[in-house]
Design a protein around this ligand. Structure first.
Ligand code: NAD
Length: 457
C-alpha cells in the first residue's frame, strides 16, 4: 500500500513538473489540432527545457492583441459582401509588430494567431528589431475582380488603421497579397493619417517606396542557409538533387537560384500538379511556360492530356503533389502550404535536408519521425526569414529616405541569415535540440531579454 502511495505521489510530482512551464490556462493536449495548437506543441516542449522564472512563460500563451473586423465591399454587380478579417499582434517587446497579411479562404483566427506567434520568434532569430504579428482575410482573391480586390485592401487598412503605423505595427505581403495591394493599403493609411508614411508597410512596389531585393528575399535567405549547411557537411551542390513544392514567389526563385548555383532541381510543382525529371529540370524554362500556360506542367500537358512522347524524350514524368514529397532527392523544399509533411508521409521522405520556405509545412508528429530518421530540418522561423529581413531594410529606408543598392541589401541579408543560422546551430549542438527547437529557444530567450530590460517581467 505504502509502495502504491509513493508511486502515486511520484506520478503527481512528475505531472506537476511537466506542466510547470506550460503557460497558465493551457491544457497539455488539445482535442482538436489547429495551426495554433501545433505551434504550442513545439513551444511548450522548448519552454519546458528553458530555465524560466515563475510567470515568464505566461507571455507566450496568447497574443497581446487580437483585432477582428468584418470588411464589407461592394461587388461589381452592386451587391454587398462581407469578409472576416484579422490582425493578431503577438508580442512587441523587441520592436513594432511585424508580419504579412494573407488573403486566403483558410485564413481564420487560429491560423493568423499561429503565424503571428511564428513571426515573433522569426524576427528574434534573425535579430531584426521587430515583434511579431500577422493579418488575414478569409477570402479567395481569385474570385474578386481587380476593383473588388482594391476595395477589400483599402477596407483592411481602414479597419485596422488605429492599430497600425511605422512605430506600432508594420504589415507586409503574404500568400495572395502583392506589391500592388501594399501600395493601396499605404495610400489608404496615408489618407486616414494625413501624412506621408512610407514605413507604414513593406513589400511595396519599387516605384512607391519598395526595396531592391524584396521580391527575391525569402528565397535568397533560404539559399544562403542551404549553402552554409552543405558547406558544413562538406558537400558539393553538383552532388545534390532538389525537389521544390510550390512555384510562386518563394519556390520559383529558390529553384532558379539553386539551378544557377549548380544543384540539380529534379521536381517542381504548383497547385495544378508536379513534374519530375530524374536527370534534372530547367526552372527558368518552366517559369517561361508557367507564364504562358498558367502551370508548371503546361510545357507538356493541357489539363489532363499530356504529350507522352515528348515527356519520354525529355525524361519527364507527371506526378502528384503527394508523391513529389517522397521522391528520391537530397533536399526537399516545401514552398507552398502548411501541414504537408505529416506523420503519414514523414517515414517515406527520402531527402536528407528539408528547407522550410513555407510557414508551418511540418506537423510536430512528423518532426519527431524526421528527427528519429536523422533528416535535418531547417525550420520556417529561420529558413524563410529573408522576407522579413529585407522588409526591415525597406522599413529603415522608408524612415531615413535612403535608397539601398541591391548589393547592400544582399550583403546585409546574408549577414542576418548566417548569424541567425549560427546561433541556431550553436544552441542545437550545445543543448541537444533539433534546429526547430533551437530556433525557438534562441527567439524566446531574445524576447525574454527584451521583456526583462523593459521591466515587464
Ligand atoms: P505564392 O502565392 O507566390 O506561391 C504559392 C505557390 O504554391 C504557387 O505556385 C501555388 O500554385 C502553389 N500551391 C498552392 N497550392 C498547392 C498545392 N496544393 N501543392 C503544391 N503547390 C501548391 O506564395 P509565396 O509567397 O511563394 O508563399 C509560399 C509559402 O511561403 C507560404 O507558406 C508563405 O507563408 C511562405 N512565405 C513566403 C514569404 C514571401 O516573402 N513570399 C515569406 C515567408 C514565408
Amino acid at each position: 500500500m505504502i509502495c502504491v502511495c509513493l508511486l502515486y505521489s511520484f506520478f503527481l510530482f512528475v505531472m506537476s513538473t511537466a506542466t510547470a512551464k506550460r503557460p497558465q490556462g493551457q491544457s497539455k493536449s488539445s482535442p482538436k489540432q489547429t495551426p495554433y495548437t501545433r505551434f504550442q506543441k513545439t513551444l511548450y516542449h522548448v519552454l519546458e527545457r528553458l530555465d524560466l522564472a515563475d510567470g515568464e512563460n505566461t507571455w507566450f500563451a496568447e497574443p497581446q492583441h487580437i483585432h477582428k473586423q468584418d470588411l464589407t465591399i461592394e461587388r461589381d454587380d452592386g451587391t454587398k459582401e462581407a469578409f472576416h478579417a484579422y490582425r493578431v499582434q503577438f508580442n512587441n517587446a523587441r520592436g513594432p509588430y511585424k508580419g504579412g497579411i494573407r488573403f486566403h479562404p483558410a485564413a481564420d483566427e487560429e491560423e493568423v494567431k499561429a503565424l503571428a506567434a511564428l513571426m515573433s520568434i522569426k524576427t528574434a532569430v534573425v535579430n531584426v528589431p521587430f515583434g511579431g504579428a500577422k493579418g488575414g482575410v478569409e477570402v479567395n482573391p481569385k474570385e474578386l475582380t481587380s476593383k473588388e480586390l482594391q476595395s477589400l485592401s483599402r477596407a483592411y487598412a481602414r479597419a485596422f488603421a488605429d492599430h497600425l503605423g511605422p512605430d506600432i505595427d508594420c504589415p507586409a505581403p503574404d500568400v495572395n497579397t502583392t506589391p500592388d495591394i501594399m501600395a493601396w493599403m499605404r495610400d489608404e493609411y496615408e489618407k486616414i493619417t494625413g501624412g506621408y508614411s512610407p514605413a507604414c508597410i513593406t513589400g511595396k512596389p519599387l516605384s512607391f517606396g519598395g526595396s531592391l531585393g524584396r521580391d527575391t528575399a525569402t528565397a535568397r535567405g533560404g539559399f544562403f542557409i542551404l549553402q552554409e549547411l552543405i558547406k558544413g557537411e562538406a558537400l558539393d551542390p553538383s552532388e545534390l538533387r532538389v525537389v521544390v513544392q510550390g512555384f510562386g514567389n518563394a519556390g520559383a526563385h529558390i529553384a532558379t537560384m539553386l539551378h544557377n548555383a549548380g544543384y540539380m532541381v529534379v521536381a517542381i510543382s504548383d497547385s495544378q500538379g508536379a513534374i519530375y525529371a530524374p536527370e534534372g529540370l530547367d526552372p527558368i524554362r518552366i517559369q517561361k511556360y508557367k507564364r504562358k500556360t498558367g502551370s508548371v506542367t503546361g510545357e507538356y500537358c493541357e489539363g489532363s492530356v499530356c504529350d507522352l512522347e515528348r515527356m519520354k524524350l525529355d525524361g519527364v514524368e507527371r506526378v502528384t503533389n503527394e508523391k513529389l514529397l517522397t521522391l528520391p532527392c537530397d533536399v526537399l523544399i516545401p514552398a507552398a502550404l502548411d501541414n504537408v509533411i505529416t506523420e503519414e508521409n514523414a517515414k517515406d521522405i527520402q531527402a536528407r535536408f528539408i528547407l522550410e520556405l513555407a510557414n508551418g509545412p511540418t506537423t510536430p508528429e512528423a518532426d519527431e519521425i524526421l528527427e528519429a530518421r536523422g533528416v535535418q530540418v531547417v525550420p520556417d522561423v529561420l529558413a524563410n526569414a529573408g522576407g522579413v529581413t529585407v522588409s526591415y531594410f525597406e522599413w529603415s529606408q522608408g524612415r531615413s529616405g535612403e535608397q539601398w543598392t541591391a548589393t547592400r541589401v544582399d550583403r546585409n541579408l546574408r549577414r542576418h541569415m548566417l548569424e541567425g543560422y549560427k546561433a541556431v546551430k550553436r544552441t542545437s549542438r550545445r543543448e541537444g535540440m533539433t534546429y526547430r527547437q533551437a530556433a525557438f529557444a534562441v527567439g524566446i530567450r531574445r524576447m525574454l531579454d527584451a521583456m526583462r530590460v523593459r521591466g515587464w517581467i
